[in-house]
Design a binder for this molecule. Structure first.
Ligand SMILES: CSCCC(=O)C(=O)COP(=O)(O)O
Ligand SMILES: [Zn+2]
Length: 214
């Protein structure tokens, strides 16, 4: 049973590593192994997530206590457990990227970033006319406080939360869904950062003016 989840998580980790999404040993991943009692595999803390070893994941219980001896569970295990407590997720992914940090800082005072009229919000099962809102929480230094803050902003539709100047936590009903949601978030962040640059440089006006002169 656990071997299946181990392979699933290892596969996602490999794909995120190929995207260079674990800079400086950052990021942590988890997958649920049992609902009752709640148990999940989580990445071992502080490891180079670009490397693949037989000690990449450790099984933890609902309190984050290790049940196997691969090493110390992620320092952010409580965040993953909060996601499992608040949602039906079976896989939770946390990464740090330049784009997710930038968006979390730019929209941090507002407390959320909202996307609409962008095709890729459909990756979350949202219809074209609707909006995708990703809440942003402050980066509380104490992980229990951070996990609590994250849990507070999770609503019925929430599938991702940004942590200000830290990273993103994304989840899904299985590992494939979680990875899909993460890829969609990072696409939207990258698009929004470039869009804001283009707006600041008035690129649309410049293009329209130059086309009129042709
Ligand atoms: C290396 S970045 C600081 C810790 C962090 O935010 C992270 O994502 C990795 O922590 P872990 O204990 O899971 O390795
Ligand atoms: Zn982190």
């Amino acid at each position: 049973m656990m071997l299946f989840e181990w392979k699933e998580l290892a596969s996602v980790k490999r794909e995120l590593a190929a995207r260079n999404w674990f800079p400086g040993n950052s990021g942590d991943l988890s997958i649920k192994v049992s609902d009752d009692p709640l148990e999940c595999l989580v990445t071992v803390s502080g490891k180079d997530k670009y490397k693949e070893t037989t000690e990449d994941f450790v099984l933890v219980d609902k309190a984050g206590t290790p049940l196997t001896d691969q090493g110390k569970p992620s320092a952010e295990t409580a965040i993953h457990l909060e996601v499992y407590n608040k949602t039906d997720a079976r896989c939770s992914l946390h990464i740090h990227t330049v784009d997710n940090n930038l968006i979390s800082e730019l929209y941090g005072d507002i407390g959320a970033v909202t996307f609409s009229k962008v095709e890729l919000i459909k990756a979350f099962g949202i219809q074209e006319a609707e909006k995708l809102t990703i809440p942003i929480v402050e980066n509380f230094p104490e992980i229990p406080n951070l996990a609590h803050a994250l849990g507070e902003v999770i609503g019925p539709e929430t599938q991702a939360v940004l942590i200000r100047n830290h990273g993103i936590v994304v989840w899904g009903g299985n590992a494939i869904e979680a990875k899909r949601n993460l890829e969609a978030c990072e696409f939207l962040f990258s698009y929004q950062v470039k869009r804001l640059h283009a707006q600041a440089a008035n690129l649309k006006r410049i293009i329209n003016d130059s086309e009129e002169r042709i």
